[in-house]
Ligand binder design. Structure first.
Ligand code: NAD
Ligand code: UGA
Length: 441
């Protein structure tokens, strides 16, 4: 099939590349000239394991091209995906300006019947808005499909190639058939392609993210309770996760969920409900628990240093919102580092992939020499009073604890990801403060 994907970010680039990889001809479009130039020079603007080789392979085979020219992309394609950002507005609702701008462009450049597929995460009713916008500019036939994306950053290719399910919202049987054919190569193990009405498809995406965010806030509350009652959340997590009705996935406690999706999507579904006169009480609680959890380590750190962080130097391992990505959108590390600096601490931060993004996110604090961005993990420990773990990158899982002890002024680790065994830390005399587990003291 001939496909255009408008928006070449985390979703658009991965989706476009995977569609090309199964043999389709794909044109990826973006209005960011630098991004397209990079891609045309063989450079990948994001860090996503496996993506670089896959892009290269498909570009070489001339199945995948990158352009800023939306007109020719629309003209040459039967199916056009919209995969642009839908960031939160101040009131929490999803900002649809990019989606509707693309709809307008598609409408203007239609040269025959097309299928327009909304892959961006958008509130219920957006397909109607896209349809109205396209219709203003064309007399050709088209259908608007809702096809939300469920991939996770860091595992995006695998998720896209082997999805648990594909959700397609359309009331047109012919369009449904085309979408079934398009996704058939990805569901060969028997995973379902769920064809449903457009509104249900749009809501499915928010309901899925909201459910996952709920699991995380739930286990974080249980973790905080564990600390109060002297229980170990790692035991409780396993104890409940072995019940098949609960399951072992997505119940890892930590410093709260971050990323470009859960925070904004929880806000947006709350906002949608409000527009219909409804309060989503569970999700409001999920959001407030998460906001609190993002700085949960601050109390532990302040407590340990007798409420005086002035002049203290703290090393931070991990800045991205999760491992295997360079993405720092809504990363808990941002709130924690800013809070620590406010208390008078200096930060020496290391991340294997996110330092480039950290440069502009912490530009002000780097300038004032409150934050230092360090390329190597152990160099971040130089002159530091303690170590904080914010992201569970693999390379932080089994570090040289004796070197850590030797380098830190105080042998203390505050671990937002529960990477180490408190008993082992006690044995080697490292003061260790995990989440929801007994500390080593
Ligand atoms: P992103 O910010 O990484 O990429 C969006 C791209 O769209 C950018 O490159 C931007 O330049 C481009 N763009 C914006 N306006 C444009 C226009 N008018 N014409 C052409 N290009 C334009 O965003 P993302 O993370 O890929 O997310 C895209 C959508 O997918 C969002 O709605 C998001 O909620 C959803 N989603 C994201 C993920 C994820 O893991 N990141 C997963 C599932 C769904
Ligand atoms: C999430 C969903 O998992 C995807 O299915 C969805 O497509 C995507 O949002 C989206 O809509 O954009 P992503 O944000 O990339 O994907 O990453 P996750 O692995 O879900 O992690 C999100 C946050 O939750 C991270 O900060 C992570 O550290 C945290 N998390 C995750 C926990 O604290 N505990 C867990 O058990 C799992």
């Amino acid at each position: 099939m001939r496909i255009a994907v408008v928006g070449t970010g985390y979703v658009g680039l991965v989706a476009g590349t995977c569609f090309a990889d199964v043999g389709n001809d794909v044109i990826c479009v973006d209005n960011d000239v630098n991004k397209i130039e990079m891609l045309n020079n063989g450079k990948i603007p994001i860090y996503e394991p496996g993506l670089e080789e896959m892009v290269k392979r498909n570009v070489t085979q001339e199945r995948l091209v990158f352009t800023t020219d939306i007109k020719s992309a629309v003209e040459k394609s039967q199916i056009i995906f919209i995969a642009v950002g839908t960031p939160p507005k101040e009131d929490g609702s999803a900002d649809l300006q990019h989606v509707l701008a693309v709809a307008r462009e598609i409408g203007k450049h239609m040269n025959g019947p097309k299928i327009i597929v909304n892959k961006s995460t958008v509130p219920v009713g957006t397909a109607d808005k896209v349809r109205d916008e396209v219709k203003k500019h064309t007399h050709y036939d088209f259908s608007v499909v809702s096809n939300p994306e469920f991939l996770k950053e860091g595992a995006a290719i695998d998720d896209f190639l082997k999805p648990d399910r594909v959700v397609v919202g359309t009331d047109n049987e012919e369009t449904a058939e085309t979408m079934r054919n398009l996704y058939a190569p990805f569901v060969r193990t028997g995973k379902p392609i769920l064809i449903m009405d457009v509104r249900s498809a749009e809501l499915t995406k928010y309901a899925a993210n909201a459910m996952l965010a709920t699991k995380i806030s739930f286990i974080n509350e249980i973790a905080n309770l564990c600390e109060k009652v002297g229980a170990d959340v790692e035991m409780v997590r396993k104890g409940i996760g072995t019940d098949r009705r609960i399951g072992p996935y997505f119940i890892f406690p930590g410093t709260g969920y971050g990323g470009s999706c859960f925070p904004k999507d929880v806000k947006a579904i709350i906002r949608t409900a409000r527009e219909y006169g409804m309060e989503l009480k569970i999700l409001e609680a999920v959001e407030s628990v998460n906001n609190r959890q993002k700085t949960i380590l601050l109390d532990k750190i302040k407590n340990y240093f007798n409420n005086d962080l002035k002049g203290k130097v703290l090393a931070v391992w991990g800045l991205s919102f999760k491992p295997n990505t360079d993405d720092m959108r809504e990363a808990p590390a941002i709130s924690l580092i800013r809070a620590l600096v406010k208390e008078g601490a200096k930060i020496r931060a290391h991340d294997p992939e996110a330092l480039k993004e950290a440069e502009w996110r912490f530009e002000d604090l780097v300038k004032t020499k409150d934050v230092f961005l360090i390329k190597k993990r152990y160099e971040a420990l130089e002159g530091a009073d303690g170590l904080i773990i914010m992201t569970e990158w693999n390379e932080f899982r089994e570090p040289d604890f004796y070197l850590i002890k030797e380098m830190l002024k105080r042998s203390v680790i505050f671990d937002g990801r529960n990477l180490y065994d408190p008993k082992r830390m006690a044995k080697i005399s490292i003061d260790y403060f995990p989440i929801g587990r007994p500390s080593s003291l």
